[in-house]
Write a protein that binds this ligand. Structure first.
Ligand code: HSE
Length: 400
């Protein structure tokens, strides 16, 4: 019997309790041993919930119990999760987590601690919820030079963009509805400004290249400036608009960014709707591989945590190796990245527009006092200079 403890009985923690109990027989068959939740740590009490039988309020009980081999850290946040995780690993207990903030900030260090104490620090649930993406990246694609990762890694913004497209509504109206329905947080900043997706692409990029990507080095743009007019133009291009979290390895340089992109219907990521997430990983040998599923939610995220628990249980007393060195991965600024740009300007003077932006492909204007067009390929810094010279840009969205 493998004894497990859960830190935090919130949405994900209660999901882990449910997955382990409901699928106990299936897990036992595949693991060849039984998983049992010995403790759940939470400050609160949960009367009339079966968790009450295993609930403890003091972390020391768990950390000092040699029977506990694996801990699921589903508390979220850095404090006190960092300290609890480090102490658990130092006492040889493996830790499986959904805590992307902690993984992004201290992943490399905690893997090192786990290695030194013959246990594991696994975090499949920290990116893409229930989608298997971390394990494929570090095992199935270990032989690949990863050329690019492109992900729809935030369910809230994908839901908002999907509704804007389908209902022809503006950002604020859809956000309000999403908040009323509980799909978006009361404070939606981390989602709509792209920070959540930025943390997730920082983790995936660190794993793809084995070195530490600093979230602060990632250029991040959210979806707050996208309007229904942008979607009307995208439709003319047989495209939609998606918030992409991207990293690219080109000519020995690494780029990473989060921003809205105009995505053609031929790109499989264009059909990822509502709260679903997907990740497209391009390897130099295998070419495109894609991973799709629920990027959030109680049971989907808990399922990924339990997958890690099973991996740890199969490797008790050993370290499941993840290459993620503390050394910093230099991320180049996006200024030299080259692409086409979809631009709207407050002018109808097509000659002046081409004087400012070079040859462009004009779209049918969606209002009388503006023009929408797509530029030829140019670098970000070239685009910036042209836009500053024109001085009348309403909005710009990068072309995928
Ligand atoms: N706020 C996140 C999202 C939750 O909307 O995808 C999962 O990390």
């Amino acid at each position: 019997m493998v004894k497990v403890a859960i830190f935090g009985y919130g949405t994900v923690g209660s999901g882990v309790f449910e997955v382990i109990n409901k699928n106990n027989e299936t897990i036992q068959k595949k693991l060849g041993d039984e998983l049992q939740v010995k403790y759940v740590l939470d400050l609160r009490d949960f009367e009339n919930d079966p968790v009450q039988d295993v609930l403890v309020h003091d972390v020391e009980i768990i950390l000092n119990d040699p029977e506990v081999a694996i801990i699921c850290e589903t508390m979220g946040g850095v404090k006190p999760a960092y300290e609890f995780t480090k102490r658990a690993l130092e006492s040889g207990k493996s830790v499986c987590t959904s805590n992307k903030e902690l993984v992004e900030k201290h992943g490399a260090e905690l893997i090192k601690v786990a290695k030194a104490h013959n246990c594991s620090y696994l975090f499949e649930a920290s990116v893409g919820g229930g989608i298997p993406i971390i394990r494929p990246l570090i095992t199935s694609l270990a032989q690949e030079e990863v050329e690019s990762i492109t992900g729809i890694l935030n369910g809230t913004t994908n839901y908002i963009l999907t509704k804007m497209e389908l209902d022809g509504a503006d950002f604020e109206a859809v956000l309000k509805r999403a908040q009323e329905k509980g799909y978006a947080e009361a404070n939606p900043e981390a989602d709509v400004c792209g920070y959540d997706a930025g943390r997730k692409i920082a983790i995936l990029t660190s794993l793809a290249y084995g070195k530490n990507v600093d979230f602060a080095d990632i250029y991040t743009e959210g979806i707050t400036a996208i309007t229904k007019a942008d979607f009307a133009y995208a439709k003319q291009m047989d495209s939609t608009i998606k918030l992409f979290a991207k990293s690219v390895n080109k000519n020995g340089k690494y780029y990473a960014m989060v921003a809205p992109f105009v995505v053609n219907s031929e790109n499989p990521l264009s059909s990822v709707k509502n709260v679903f997430n997907a990740v497209l990983v391009k390897g130099n040998m295998v070419a495109d591989t894609m991973y799709y599923g629920k990027g959030a939610g109680k049971l989907a995220t808990a399922s990924a945590v339990v997958a890690d628990v099973i991996d740890c249980a199969k490797h008790l007393g050993k370290h499941v190796n993840i290459v993620w060195e503390d050394e910093k991965l230099e991320i180049s600024t996006i200024d030299s990245a080259s692409r086409r740009f979809f631009v709207r300007v407050a002018s109808t003077d097509k000659t002046a527009i081409e004087q400012n932006f070079g040859k462009v492909e004009f779209l049918e204007s969606v209002s009388a006092d503006e023009c929408g067009f797509v530029t030829e390929e140019m670098t970000e810094s070239e685009y910036k200079a042209k836009a500053a010279k024109a001085g009348n840009v309403i909005n710009m969205i990068r072309m995928d």
